[in-house]
Design a protein around this ligand. Structure first.
Ligand code: ZN
Length: 380
Protein backbone atom coordinates (compact mmCIF):
# COMPACT_ATOMS: atom_id res chain seq x y z
CA UNK A 1 0.00 0.00 0.00
CA UNK A 2 1.17 3.49 -0.79
CA UNK A 3 1.43 6.15 1.90
CA UNK A 4 -0.55 8.51 -0.32
CA UNK A 5 -3.79 6.77 0.62
CA UNK A 6 -3.12 5.36 4.06
CA UNK A 7 -5.67 7.88 5.25
CA UNK A 8 -8.76 9.47 3.86
CA UNK A 9 -9.96 12.92 4.93
CA UNK A 10 -13.77 13.18 5.04
CA UNK A 11 -16.17 15.88 6.28
CA UNK A 12 -16.81 14.01 9.57
CA UNK A 13 -13.23 12.91 10.20
CA UNK A 14 -10.15 11.19 8.89
CA UNK A 15 -10.12 7.43 8.28
CA UNK A 16 -6.87 5.66 8.71
CA UNK A 17 -6.63 2.79 6.21
CA UNK A 18 -7.19 -0.08 5.99
CA UNK A 19 -10.44 0.12 7.86
CA UNK A 20 -13.47 -2.11 8.33
CA UNK A 21 -16.94 -0.55 8.23
CA UNK A 22 -19.84 -2.47 9.72
CA UNK A 23 -23.12 -2.38 7.82
CA UNK A 24 -25.63 -0.16 9.57
CA UNK A 25 -28.09 -0.91 6.80
CA UNK A 26 -31.15 0.81 8.26
CA UNK A 27 -29.20 3.36 10.32
CA UNK A 28 -28.18 0.94 13.06
CA UNK A 29 -25.62 -1.80 13.52
CA UNK A 30 -28.03 -4.26 15.07
CA UNK A 31 -27.88 -4.61 18.87
CA UNK A 32 -25.21 -1.98 19.50
CA UNK A 33 -25.31 1.80 19.76
CA UNK A 34 -22.99 4.49 18.48
CA UNK A 35 -21.02 4.68 21.75
CA UNK A 36 -20.40 0.89 21.55
CA UNK A 37 -19.10 1.30 18.00
CA UNK A 38 -16.71 4.07 19.09
CA UNK A 39 -15.47 1.88 21.95
CA UNK A 40 -14.71 -0.90 19.44
CA UNK A 41 -12.57 1.52 17.41
CA UNK A 42 -14.98 1.63 14.47
CA UNK A 43 -14.09 4.68 12.38
CA UNK A 44 -17.03 4.73 9.97
CA UNK A 45 -20.14 2.78 9.00
CA UNK A 46 -21.96 1.96 5.77
CA UNK A 47 -25.64 2.80 5.46
CA UNK A 48 -27.96 1.85 2.70
CA UNK A 49 -29.78 4.21 0.34
CA UNK A 50 -32.10 1.51 -0.93
CA UNK A 51 -33.32 0.48 2.53
CA UNK A 52 -33.42 3.98 4.06
CA UNK A 53 -35.61 5.30 1.24
CA UNK A 54 -38.18 2.69 2.31
CA UNK A 55 -37.73 2.97 6.10
CA UNK A 56 -37.87 5.50 7.70
CA UNK A 57 -38.16 7.19 4.25
CA UNK A 58 -35.91 9.87 2.79
CA UNK A 59 -38.15 12.79 3.82
CA UNK A 60 -37.93 11.64 7.45
CA UNK A 61 -34.12 11.32 7.32
CA UNK A 62 -33.86 14.80 5.81
CA UNK A 63 -36.33 16.26 8.35
CA UNK A 64 -34.17 14.83 11.15
CA UNK A 65 -31.12 16.65 9.78
CA UNK A 66 -29.43 13.75 8.00
CA UNK A 67 -28.10 10.38 9.09
CA UNK A 68 -25.46 11.61 11.56
CA UNK A 69 -28.03 13.49 13.60
CA UNK A 70 -30.66 10.79 13.30
CA UNK A 71 -28.28 8.07 14.50
CA UNK A 72 -26.20 9.99 17.05
CA UNK A 73 -23.07 9.07 15.09
CA UNK A 74 -20.59 11.84 14.42
CA UNK A 75 -17.94 9.84 12.56
CA UNK A 76 -17.99 9.31 8.78
CA UNK A 77 -20.78 7.48 6.97
CA UNK A 78 -20.51 5.88 3.54
CA UNK A 79 -23.84 5.36 1.85
CA UNK A 80 -24.08 2.70 -0.79
CA UNK A 81 -26.08 3.50 -3.87
CA UNK A 82 -28.67 0.75 -3.78
CA UNK A 83 -27.29 -0.98 -6.89
CA UNK A 84 -26.26 -4.12 -5.07
CA UNK A 85 -29.61 -4.48 -3.31
CA UNK A 86 -31.46 -3.99 -6.59
CA UNK A 87 -29.31 -6.75 -8.03
CA UNK A 88 -30.10 -9.03 -5.12
CA UNK A 89 -33.80 -8.30 -5.31
CA UNK A 90 -34.43 -8.13 -9.06
CA UNK A 91 -31.81 -10.24 -10.81
CA UNK A 92 -32.78 -13.12 -8.60
CA UNK A 93 -36.52 -12.65 -8.89
CA UNK A 94 -37.91 -10.50 -11.69
CA UNK A 95 -41.31 -10.15 -10.05
CA UNK A 96 -39.84 -7.62 -7.59
CA UNK A 97 -39.05 -5.06 -10.25
CA UNK A 98 -37.07 -4.13 -13.34
CA UNK A 99 -33.75 -2.65 -14.27
CA UNK A 100 -33.36 -0.53 -17.43
CA UNK A 101 -30.94 2.15 -18.62
CA UNK A 102 -33.23 4.75 -17.06
CA UNK A 103 -32.94 3.24 -13.61
CA UNK A 104 -34.40 0.69 -11.24
CA UNK A 105 -38.05 0.17 -10.32
CA UNK A 106 -38.83 -2.13 -7.44
CA UNK A 107 -41.55 -3.16 -5.05
CA UNK A 108 -40.45 -5.42 -2.20
CA UNK A 109 -42.99 -7.80 -0.65
CA UNK A 110 -42.96 -5.73 2.53
CA UNK A 111 -44.13 -2.56 0.77
CA UNK A 112 -47.35 -1.31 -0.76
CA UNK A 113 -45.38 1.36 -2.64
CA UNK A 114 -43.34 1.19 -5.82
CA UNK A 115 -39.89 2.78 -5.62
CA UNK A 116 -37.89 4.32 -8.47
CA UNK A 117 -34.17 4.70 -8.20
CA UNK A 118 -32.28 6.49 -10.97
CA UNK A 119 -28.60 7.49 -10.90
CA UNK A 120 -29.68 11.09 -10.25
CA UNK A 121 -32.10 10.14 -7.48
CA UNK A 122 -29.50 7.94 -5.78
CA UNK A 123 -27.04 10.86 -5.68
CA UNK A 124 -29.71 13.31 -4.46
CA UNK A 125 -30.71 10.96 -1.65
CA UNK A 126 -27.15 10.25 -0.53
CA UNK A 127 -26.34 13.97 -0.48
CA UNK A 128 -29.54 14.78 1.41
CA UNK A 129 -28.51 12.14 3.98
CA UNK A 130 -25.25 14.10 4.48
CA UNK A 131 -23.04 11.12 3.61
CA UNK A 132 -19.23 11.46 3.68
CA UNK A 133 -18.71 9.15 0.74
CA UNK A 134 -21.36 8.90 -1.96
CA UNK A 135 -21.30 5.88 -4.28
CA UNK A 136 -22.51 5.92 -7.89
CA UNK A 137 -25.42 3.68 -8.78
CA UNK A 138 -24.08 0.65 -10.65
CA UNK A 139 -25.37 -2.50 -12.31
CA UNK A 140 -24.06 -5.40 -10.27
CA UNK A 141 -23.51 -8.95 -11.59
CA UNK A 142 -22.41 -12.37 -10.43
CA UNK A 143 -19.16 -13.66 -11.92
CA UNK A 144 -20.94 -16.73 -13.37
CA UNK A 145 -23.20 -14.66 -15.61
CA UNK A 146 -22.59 -14.60 -19.39
CA UNK A 147 -20.19 -12.23 -21.11
CA UNK A 148 -23.18 -10.49 -22.71
CA UNK A 149 -24.64 -9.75 -19.27
CA UNK A 150 -21.25 -8.49 -18.05
CA UNK A 151 -20.93 -6.24 -21.12
CA UNK A 152 -24.38 -4.79 -20.55
CA UNK A 153 -23.53 -4.21 -16.88
CA UNK A 154 -20.31 -2.35 -17.75
CA UNK A 155 -22.09 -0.20 -20.36
CA UNK A 156 -24.85 0.69 -17.93
CA UNK A 157 -22.45 1.24 -15.01
CA UNK A 158 -20.40 3.68 -17.15
CA UNK A 159 -23.45 5.52 -18.41
CA UNK A 160 -24.86 5.78 -14.88
CA UNK A 161 -21.48 6.89 -13.47
CA UNK A 162 -21.44 9.83 -15.93
CA UNK A 163 -24.96 10.80 -14.90
CA UNK A 164 -24.05 10.43 -11.20
CA UNK A 165 -20.99 12.65 -11.55
CA UNK A 166 -23.03 15.32 -13.33
CA UNK A 167 -25.76 15.26 -10.70
CA UNK A 168 -23.19 15.23 -7.88
CA UNK A 169 -21.55 18.37 -9.25
CA UNK A 170 -24.90 20.08 -9.86
CA UNK A 171 -26.14 19.48 -6.29
CA UNK A 172 -22.79 20.45 -4.73
CA UNK A 173 -22.86 23.74 -6.63
CA UNK A 174 -26.37 24.35 -5.40
CA UNK A 175 -25.43 23.57 -1.79
CA UNK A 176 -22.37 25.85 -1.91
CA UNK A 177 -20.52 23.64 0.58
CA UNK A 178 -17.04 24.66 1.64
CA UNK A 179 -14.32 22.39 0.31
CA UNK A 180 -13.77 20.55 3.62
CA UNK A 181 -17.52 19.87 3.96
CA UNK A 182 -17.82 18.29 0.53
CA UNK A 183 -18.32 14.52 0.41
CA UNK A 184 -16.27 12.30 -1.90
CA UNK A 185 -17.73 10.48 -4.87
CA UNK A 186 -16.74 6.85 -5.54
CA UNK A 187 -17.53 4.85 -8.69
CA UNK A 188 -17.81 1.08 -8.93
CA UNK A 189 -15.77 -1.04 -11.33
CA UNK A 190 -17.79 -3.88 -12.88
CA UNK A 191 -16.87 -6.47 -15.50
CA UNK A 192 -17.37 -9.84 -13.80
CA UNK A 193 -14.42 -12.18 -14.32
CA UNK A 194 -13.36 -10.55 -17.62
CA UNK A 195 -10.04 -8.71 -17.49
CA UNK A 196 -10.88 -6.81 -20.70
CA UNK A 197 -14.17 -5.54 -19.28
CA UNK A 198 -12.62 -4.64 -15.92
CA UNK A 199 -9.89 -2.73 -17.76
CA UNK A 200 -12.38 -0.87 -19.93
CA UNK A 201 -14.61 -0.02 -16.98
CA UNK A 202 -11.71 1.20 -14.80
CA UNK A 203 -10.14 3.16 -17.68
CA UNK A 204 -13.34 5.03 -18.56
CA UNK A 205 -14.22 5.71 -14.92
CA UNK A 206 -10.73 7.14 -14.34
CA UNK A 207 -11.26 9.39 -17.34
CA UNK A 208 -14.61 10.66 -15.99
CA UNK A 209 -12.81 11.33 -12.71
CA UNK A 210 -13.77 10.13 -9.21
CA UNK A 211 -12.28 10.38 -5.72
CA UNK A 212 -12.12 6.62 -5.20
CA UNK A 213 -13.38 3.33 -6.57
CA UNK A 214 -15.12 0.17 -5.45
CA UNK A 215 -14.65 -3.40 -6.57
CA UNK A 216 -18.09 -4.23 -7.97
CA UNK A 217 -19.85 -7.53 -8.38
CA UNK A 218 -20.30 -10.46 -6.07
CA UNK A 219 -16.74 -11.08 -4.76
CA UNK A 220 -17.03 -14.86 -4.24
CA UNK A 221 -17.32 -17.76 -6.68
CA UNK A 222 -19.96 -20.50 -6.60
CA UNK A 223 -18.01 -22.31 -3.87
CA UNK A 224 -17.81 -19.13 -1.78
CA UNK A 225 -14.10 -18.71 -2.49
CA UNK A 226 -12.69 -15.20 -2.91
CA UNK A 227 -12.15 -14.22 -6.57
CA UNK A 228 -8.62 -13.21 -5.64
CA UNK A 229 -7.15 -12.98 -9.18
CA UNK A 230 -9.70 -10.59 -10.64
CA UNK A 231 -9.94 -8.58 -7.40
CA UNK A 232 -6.13 -8.10 -7.39
CA UNK A 233 -6.15 -7.29 -11.10
CA UNK A 234 -8.88 -4.66 -10.62
CA UNK A 235 -6.83 -2.97 -7.88
CA UNK A 236 -3.86 -2.81 -10.25
CA UNK A 237 -5.96 -0.97 -12.83
CA UNK A 238 -6.35 1.99 -10.49
CA UNK A 239 -3.36 4.16 -9.52
CA UNK A 240 -2.34 3.63 -5.88
CA UNK A 241 -3.15 7.25 -5.02
CA UNK A 242 -6.89 6.43 -5.24
CA UNK A 243 -8.50 4.62 -2.30
CA UNK A 244 -10.37 1.43 -3.16
CA UNK A 245 -13.30 -0.09 -1.35
CA UNK A 246 -13.69 -3.88 -1.39
CA UNK A 247 -17.48 -3.74 -1.32
CA UNK A 248 -19.12 -6.54 0.62
CA UNK A 249 -15.84 -8.17 1.68
CA UNK A 250 -15.68 -8.89 5.40
CA UNK A 251 -14.49 -12.44 6.05
CA UNK A 252 -11.35 -11.90 8.17
CA UNK A 253 -9.10 -13.95 5.85
CA UNK A 254 -10.45 -12.10 2.80
CA UNK A 255 -9.90 -8.71 4.44
CA UNK A 256 -6.27 -9.64 5.13
CA UNK A 257 -5.77 -10.86 1.56
CA UNK A 258 -7.40 -7.82 -0.09
CA UNK A 259 -5.65 -5.31 2.21
CA UNK A 260 -2.36 -6.77 1.00
CA UNK A 261 -3.53 -6.17 -2.57
CA UNK A 262 -3.99 -2.48 -1.70
CA UNK A 263 -7.68 -2.24 -0.81
CA UNK A 264 -8.25 0.24 2.01
CA UNK A 265 -11.98 0.04 2.85
CA UNK A 266 -14.05 -3.02 3.70
CA UNK A 267 -17.68 -3.48 4.65
CA UNK A 268 -19.78 -6.53 5.29
CA UNK A 269 -22.65 -7.70 7.43
CA UNK A 270 -20.81 -10.98 8.07
CA UNK A 271 -18.95 -10.23 11.34
CA UNK A 272 -22.06 -8.86 13.05
CA UNK A 273 -24.34 -11.57 11.63
CA UNK A 274 -21.89 -14.28 12.74
CA UNK A 275 -21.84 -12.69 16.20
CA UNK A 276 -25.62 -12.84 16.52
CA UNK A 277 -25.48 -16.52 15.56
CA UNK A 278 -22.91 -17.27 18.25
CA UNK A 279 -19.94 -17.58 15.88
CA UNK A 280 -17.18 -15.49 17.42
CA UNK A 281 -13.74 -14.76 16.01
CA UNK A 282 -10.62 -15.18 18.13
CA UNK A 283 -6.98 -14.43 17.36
CA UNK A 284 -4.57 -17.31 17.97
CA UNK A 285 -1.67 -14.88 17.84
CA UNK A 286 -0.83 -11.46 19.27
CA UNK A 287 -2.73 -9.04 16.96
CA UNK A 288 -0.62 -6.05 17.95
CA UNK A 289 2.36 -7.68 16.21
CA UNK A 290 2.76 -6.93 12.50
CA UNK A 291 0.35 -9.12 10.49
CA UNK A 292 3.34 -10.38 8.49
CA UNK A 293 4.44 -12.25 11.61
CA UNK A 294 1.10 -13.87 12.41
CA UNK A 295 1.39 -17.64 12.39
CA UNK A 296 -1.22 -19.70 10.54
CA UNK A 297 -4.02 -20.22 11.37
CA UNK A 298 -4.02 -16.75 12.87
CA UNK A 299 -7.65 -16.87 13.96
CA UNK A 300 -10.21 -19.44 14.99
CA UNK A 301 -13.93 -19.61 15.75
CA UNK A 302 -15.51 -19.90 19.18
CA UNK A 303 -19.00 -21.41 18.92
CA UNK A 304 -20.95 -20.09 21.89
CA UNK A 305 -23.77 -22.60 21.52
CA UNK A 306 -21.44 -25.64 21.73
CA UNK A 307 -21.58 -27.88 24.80
CA UNK A 308 -17.85 -27.15 25.15
CA UNK A 309 -18.82 -23.59 26.07
CA UNK A 310 -21.10 -24.51 29.02
CA UNK A 311 -18.39 -24.34 31.69
CA UNK A 312 -15.70 -22.43 29.80
CA UNK A 313 -14.67 -19.76 32.29
CA UNK A 314 -12.20 -18.11 29.90
CA UNK A 315 -12.99 -15.02 27.82
CA UNK A 316 -13.64 -15.49 24.09
CA UNK A 317 -10.09 -14.33 23.35
CA UNK A 318 -7.17 -13.61 25.64
CA UNK A 319 -5.90 -11.15 23.04
CA UNK A 320 -9.06 -9.04 23.05
CA UNK A 321 -9.63 -5.90 25.13
CA UNK A 322 -13.36 -5.46 24.34
CA UNK A 323 -16.08 -5.06 26.96
CA UNK A 324 -17.17 -8.68 26.44
CA UNK A 325 -13.69 -10.21 26.90
CA UNK A 326 -12.61 -7.96 29.73
CA UNK A 327 -15.62 -8.80 31.93
CA UNK A 328 -17.37 -11.98 30.81
CA UNK A 329 -16.63 -15.64 30.13
CA UNK A 330 -17.65 -17.85 27.21
CA UNK A 331 -19.80 -19.78 29.71
CA UNK A 332 -21.75 -16.65 30.62
CA UNK A 333 -22.26 -15.86 26.92
CA UNK A 334 -23.49 -19.44 26.41
CA UNK A 335 -25.99 -18.91 29.23
CA UNK A 336 -27.19 -15.57 27.78
CA UNK A 337 -27.52 -17.21 24.36
CA UNK A 338 -29.58 -20.09 25.77
CA UNK A 339 -32.01 -17.79 27.61
CA UNK A 340 -32.27 -15.52 24.57
CA UNK A 341 -31.20 -12.41 26.41
CA UNK A 342 -30.53 -9.39 24.23
CA UNK A 343 -27.32 -8.74 26.17
CA UNK A 344 -25.82 -11.70 24.30
CA UNK A 345 -26.38 -9.95 20.96
CA UNK A 346 -24.71 -6.77 22.20
CA UNK A 347 -21.67 -8.43 23.77
CA UNK A 348 -21.11 -10.81 20.85
CA UNK A 349 -21.41 -7.98 18.30
CA UNK A 350 -19.01 -5.78 20.28
CA UNK A 351 -16.49 -8.64 20.37
CA UNK A 352 -16.55 -9.46 16.64
CA UNK A 353 -16.31 -5.76 15.75
CA UNK A 354 -13.32 -5.30 18.04
CA UNK A 355 -11.77 -8.34 16.36
CA UNK A 356 -12.16 -6.60 12.99
CA UNK A 357 -10.59 -3.37 14.24
CA UNK A 358 -7.72 -5.33 15.81
CA UNK A 359 -7.25 -7.01 12.44
CA UNK A 360 -7.06 -3.74 10.49
CA UNK A 361 -4.85 -2.19 13.19
CA UNK A 362 -2.46 -5.16 12.79
CA UNK A 363 -2.41 -4.56 9.03
CA UNK A 364 -1.49 -0.93 9.65
CA UNK A 365 1.49 -1.96 11.75
CA UNK A 366 2.47 -4.13 8.79
CA UNK A 367 2.27 -1.20 6.44
CA UNK A 368 4.07 1.25 8.71
CA UNK A 369 6.96 -1.18 9.15
CA UNK A 370 7.29 -1.69 5.43
CA UNK A 371 7.13 2.01 4.73
CA UNK A 372 9.88 2.51 7.28
CA UNK A 373 12.25 0.44 5.18
CA UNK A 374 11.13 1.02 1.61
CA UNK A 375 8.32 2.69 -0.28
CA UNK A 376 5.92 0.10 -1.65
CA UNK A 377 2.90 0.07 -3.94
CA UNK A 378 0.11 -2.50 -3.89
CA UNK A 379 1.15 -6.12 -4.43
CA UNK A 380 1.73 -6.61 -8.13
ZN1 ZN B 1 -13.53 -9.44 22.82
Amino acid sequence: MNSEHTSLQLPHGRLSLPTFLPDATLGVVRSVDSADLEQCGIQAVVMNTFHLMQRPGSSTVTALGGLHKMCGWQRPIITDSGGFQAYSLIRQNARYGSLTNRGITFQPDSSARKFHLTPEKSIQLQLSYDADVVICLDDCTHVDESLAVQQESVNRTLQWARRCKQEFQRVLQQKKLQRDRQPLLFAVIQGGGSRELRQRCAGELLEIGFDGFGYGGWPLDGERKLLADIIAYTRELVPPAFPMHALGIGHPANVLECARMGYGLFDSAMPTRDARHGRLYAFTTEPAAPADNWSEPWFTYVYVNDDKSIKNAAPVSRFCDCLCCSRYSVAYLHHLFKINDSLFLRLATIHNLRFMTQLTEGLKVDQDERQGTQPVGPAR
